[in-house]
Design a protein. Structure first.
Length: 203
């Protein structure tokens, strides 16, 4: 009986551990170390301006040896909408991720950064992510919100996402009236998409 009692306790403990682990496990992650990192990542510019290129480089990494170097150029922009540079992935995401986390080597440019996701109907949500006002590596999180600016697809009555989602891209924008002109490079590493709304508490 004693053995059975302890066995039950052990099974319960293992079950809880498994639940927490499954919830915290990223549904997708990229550390840019693999044989084909950035296989589908592409750079590019907005509809009316902004230039960007993305490539894997060695030497400026948060983990391992490699990261994604994202060069952007806003030296020839005009103050109008849809000026941005992008770091595009178009990655389908399993399950129901609630947020992303990414390490960014900032350049203290003051540029605003956003990201876009798309749901199963093709509706696109654009989220503000951060203002790049630091140097060195920093972990930045973005929460997926159905209240974010959205367009296209088939909006549902309750306004919620229709899963599965696809991560489209990160963006650096330069579209504010009178926006400044500059160019620079930031680096991305250790991107994760997580199912939990926030970091699970550790005990
Ligand atoms: Ca890395």
């Amino acid at each position: 009986m004693i053995c059975i009692k302890y066995l039950s306790t052990l099974i319960l403990a293992l079950s809880c551990f498994t639940c927490l682990s499954a919830a915290d496990r990223p549904v997708y992650q990229e550390d840019f170390e693999g044989p084909k990192p950035l296989g589908e990542w592409t750079g590019g510019g907005g509809e009316v301006g902004g230039k960007g290129t993305v490539k894997v480089v060695t030497g400026n990494a948060h983990s391992g040896r490699k990261s994604a170097a994202w060069q952007y150029d806003f030296t020839n922009i005009k103050p109008q909408g849809c000026v941005y540079t992008r770091c595009r992935l178009m990655q389908p995401l399993m399950k129901k991720p609630q947020r992303l986390a990414v390490w960014i080597l900032g350049d203290n440019s003051g540029r605003a950064m956003q990201f876009r996701i798309q749901d199963a109907t093709g509706r696109v949500w654009q989220h503000d992510l951060c203002k790049i006002d630091w140097t060195g590596w920093r972990r930045i999180e973005g929460v997926f919100s159905p209240q974010a600016y959205a367009w296209g697809g088939k909006p549902t009555k309750d306004g919620q996402f229709v899963y599965p989602l696809t991560f489209i891209e990160f963006m650096i924008s330069g579209d504010k009236p009178g926006d400044f002109k500059n160019k620079g490079t930031i680096y991305l590493d250790d991107l994760e998409f997580l199912e939990t709304a926030k970091d699970a508490e550790t005990f």
